[in-house]
Ligand binder design. Structure first.
Ligand code: NAP
Length: 277
C-alpha cells in the first residue's frame, strides 16, 4: 500500500486569484515537485478582493512556502510585502511572494523574466535599439514594457484606452491601420491584451498583414497550440512565440526562489500540456 500523503511535513505553495479555477499553475508546479521527488504540494486558492491581504498573511502564518498571484490581486499584495524587488517597483505589481524566513515576505515579478526567456528560446532577436509594437497597457503589458526597455528596445504602444499608452512608450492609435503601419517597421509585435482569449477567430483589431518573414509575433494569450492570431502570422511567414512559454518561465523563476532548486523545465512543460483532469 502507498504511504499516506500529504503528511504533517509536506510543504505547500499555491496561486491566489479571483477566479482561479482556470489556472494551469497547479499542473505545472505539481509536475515539477513530482519530477524532483520533493514533498511539496501546489494548490489554487480563490480569494475575493476584499480579503486578499488578510488571506495572504494567514497563508504565510500557517507555513505557506510560496505564492503566485494572478488577476486581480497583483497590486493589492504589495501591501503584504516586507520587501519588493526592483521589477515590482518598476511594474507596480507582484506575481510571486517568497517567505523571507523572518515572518515577512518578498514580492517579485517574474512575468518580465518569463517573457524574455520564452522569446530567447523560441525566436531570439537583438532588441537593442530595435522597434517593438506593444499592444495593450494592462498589468502584463507593464511587465513586458519593463523587460523590453531593459534590453534597449524602442517601444510603440497601442491600447483601447489610449490614455494609458504614454506611460509605456510612444503612443500609436488603436486602429487597425495605425497598428499595421507600426507593425511594418517593428521587429517584434506583442499582443498583451486579452483579445483572442476563448475565441477561434483571429481578433479583427490585431495587425496581421504587416507581419511576415523578418517579424516576430508574440501572443501572451495562452492555450494548447497556437492562438488563431499566431497561426495566421505564421502562415504569413512570421516567427511566433506563444504565451505558454512565458507562463512556463515565469513559473520556473518562482519555483527556483521558493525551493532553491533548479526547476525541471521538461516536466513543467509536460504538466502544462497534460489534459485537465
Ligand atoms: P489586464 O491588466 O486586465 O489588462 C487587459 C488588457 O487587455 C488591457 O490592455 C485592455 O485594454 C485590453 N483589452 C481587454 N479587452 C479588450 C477588448 N475587447 N478590446 C481591446 N483591448 C482589450 O490583464 P493582464 O494581466 O494585462 O492580462 C492580459 C492578457 O495577458 C490576458 O490574456 C492574460 O491571460 C495574459 N497573460 C499571460 C501571461 C503568460 O504568462 N502568458 C502572463 C500574464 C498575462 P483597456 O486598458 O482598454 O481595458
Amino acid at each position: 500500500m502507498d504511504s499516506p500523503w500529504p503528511t504533517s511535513s509536506t510543504r505547500f505553495a499555491g496561486v491566489i486569484g479571483w477566479p482561479v479555477g482556470h489556472s494551469l499553475s497547479p499542473r505545472m508546479h505539481n509536475a515539477a515537485f513530482r519530477a524532483l521527488g520533493l514533498d511539496w504540494a501546489y494548490l489554487a486558492f480563490p480569494i475575493d478582493p476584499d480579503h486578499v491581504v488578510q488571506a495572504v498573511r494567514g497563508l504565510f502564518r500557517v507555513g505557506c512556502s510560496g505564492l503566485n498571484v494572478t488577476i486581480p490581486h497583483k497590486q493589492a499584495v504589495i501591501e503584504c510585502c516586507s520587501a519588493v524587488t526592483p521589477a515590482v517597483e518598476a511594474i507596480g505589481a507582484a506575481n510571486t511572494l517568497i517567505p523571507d524566513g523572518d515572518g515577512g515576505m518578498t514580492g517579485d515579478n517574474t512575468d518580465a523574466e518569463g517573457f524574455l526567456r520564452a522569446l530567447d528560446e523560441s525566436a531570439p532577436i537583438d532588441l537593442d535599439g530595435a522597434e517593438v509594437l506593444l499592444i495593450g497597457a494592462g498589468g502584463a503589458a507593464k511587465a513586458v514594457a519593463f523587460a523590453l526597455k531593459g534590453r534597449g528596445a524602442r517601444l510603440r504602444v497601442a491600447n483601447r484606452s489610449e490614455e494609458k499608452c504614454a506611460a509605456l512608450g510612444e503612443p500609436v492609435a488603436f486602429t487597425r491601420e495605425a497598428m499595421e503601419q507600426a507593425a511594418s517597421t517593428a521587429v517584434l509585435v506583442v499582443n498583451a491584451t486579452s483579445l483572442g482569449m476563448g475565441s477561434d477567430a483571429v481578433p479583427a483589431d490585431l495587425p496581421l498583414d504587416a507581419l511576415g518573414p523578418g517579424s516576430v509575433a508574440y501572443d501572451l494569450v495562452y492555450r494548447a497550440g497556437r492562438t488563431p492570431w499566431l497561426a495566421a502570422a505564421a502562415a504569413n511567414g512570421a516567427r511566433t512565440v506563444d504565451g505558454l512559454g512565458m507562463l512556463l518561465h515565469q513559473g520556473a523563476a518562482a519555483f527556483r526562489q521558493w525551493t532553491g532548486v533548479e526547476p525541471p523545465l521538461d516536466a513543467m512543460r509536460a504538466g502544462l500540456a497534460a489534459p485537465a483532469g
